[in-house]
Design a protein around this ligand. Structure first.
Ligand code: ACO
Length: 375
């Protein structure tokens, strides 16, 4: 027995999904470099890759896309439930609740076969964009927009969100963000999904656990905090003072640091270029300039401690420039990570062992039970 608080030094199993070299800043999905996937692939293709451990041929990809699109619709029961959610609820709480609710509308929710768990994962993956978009509209007093089954996930999401067809560049930008966020080894949310399925629970419960875990600011919730931080700083001339004060008071700069990467997160490298292009095109250059200034100072001050921008830092500027509301940033992360969560849950399901760690007990022994009237 050894103690490893935070599990920094514990390998909890084997996986064929993603490879991370935190010292060199490398990320691969099934052996393919993330940069190549971001440049050439799509969210649908990457999901196929993660679920099947290989790239699809053209027919397989078309069939997989058709399967996802056939599940786009929320259906009346889920839509009715969504209408009951308080309008001022946080979208991550809404998403977690709705994915959990999907277990109540699926007659196969207790079928534990691999095929049934995969089918549940497909439903969650395909319907998550509709949940986020419909809630975003309902809280503004607008009616949900029906999905279009001839559109890919990214384009359809923007269509349902805004009720108008997005430009090709915006749709591709979202698609690339979905590719970059699709998987990342056994991170906190993936681990919580695996712990859940390892008790022979079900895919809806596993993905509900994962969404709850993702929303924390030390994990996926950081992208929203990055945006609030940039807004609080306000202008580039205030960046130096803000970073200096934060470092002096030991406050974390959101979007920096990573448990595994001690070099630049390869996803942040790609997103930085992307964020610049989109910020320039949409008149948000100041945001980008503030971000690069923060990165320069952080590299100078704490680069030797291995603290670099992570995936959340430049995705915040990218999403904001694309017009997404700030509290939808983390739900969009979840939309994408459904692919990786499900891949690892299915992997665990195929070679399961209950995950049950131990802790070092530090309390007393042999204590007397004192009757309540004597306490
Ligand atoms: N800003 C300033 N200093 C930092 C930061 C940061 N963002 N991150 C780490 N450090 C410093 C710590 O203060 C600590 O310094 P010390 O050794 O002098 O005390 C040292 O680096 C180690 O930090 P830990 O928090 O112990 O490292 P850990 O591996 O637990 O942290 C984490 C990883 C949680 C991501 C952390 O870097 C952090 O809180 N970052 C900000 C939140 C964030 O961006 N989260 C998103 C992560 S990516 C993702 O989940 C999708």
């Amino acid at each position: 027995m050894h103690m490893d608080k935070g599990l920094d030094h514990t390998i909890i199993g084997e996986s064929t999904k993603s490879f991370i070299d935190g010292q060199k800043g490398i990320l691969e999905f099934n052996g393919i470099d993330i940069d190549a996937l971001a440049r050439h692939s799509t969210f649908e293709e990457v999901t196929f890759l993660l679920w099947n451990d290989r790239l699809p041929n053209a027919d397989e990809l078309a069939a997989f896309e058709a399967e996802i699109r056939s599940e786009y619709e929320l259906g009346p029961e889920l839509l009715d439930m969504l209408r009951l959610v308080p309008r001022d609820a946080s979208p991550m709480h809404v998403l977690r609740t709705m994915v959990s609710a999907m277990g109540t509308t699926d007659p196969d929710c207790n079928d534990q076969s691999f095929e049934s768990e995969r089918a549940k994962a497909m439903k969650v993956l395909a319907k998550t964009p509709a949940i986020i978009a419909a809630f975003s509209r309902l809280r503004k007093g607008e009616e949900p927009v029906a999905p279009k089954p001839d559109l890919n996930v990214a384009t359809n999401f923007l269509w349902m969100l805004n009720g108008e067809m997005p430009g090709e560049a915006s749709a591709r930008a979202i698609d690339v963000c979905l590719v970059l966020h699709a998987d990342h080894g056994i991170n906190a949310s993936t681990f919580s999904a695996m712990v859940t399925i390892a008790t022979q629970s079900d895919m809806y419960s596993a993905l509900t656990s994962a969404i709850g875990t993702l929303r924390g600011p030390l994990h996926g919730g950081a992208n929203e905090r990055v945006m609030h931080m940039l807004q609080d700083i306000g202008s580039i001339d205030k960046v130096d003072g803000f970073v200096a004060e934060s470092l002096a008071s030991k406050s974390k700069i959101m979007g920096f640091g990573h448990r595994v990467y001690k070099a630049l997160d390869p996803r942040a490298k790609y997103l930085r270029t992307f964020a610049e292009k989109i910020a320039d095109e949409t008149g948000n250059h100041d945001l980008y300039a503030m971000s690069t200034r923060i990165q320069d100072i952080m590299e100078r001050e704490v680069g030797d401690k291995g603290i670099y921008p992570n995936v959340d830092f430049y995705s915040a500027t990218t999403y904001f420039s694309l017009g997404l509301e700030i509290d939808l940033f983390t739900p969009v992360f979840a939309l994408s990570r459904n692919a990786g969560w499900a891949a690892h849950v299915l992997e665990q399901h195929q070679d399961n062992r209950l995950i049950r760690p131990r802790c070092q007990y530090t309390g007393p022994h042999g204590s007397d039970y004192v009757p309540i009237e004597e306490r």
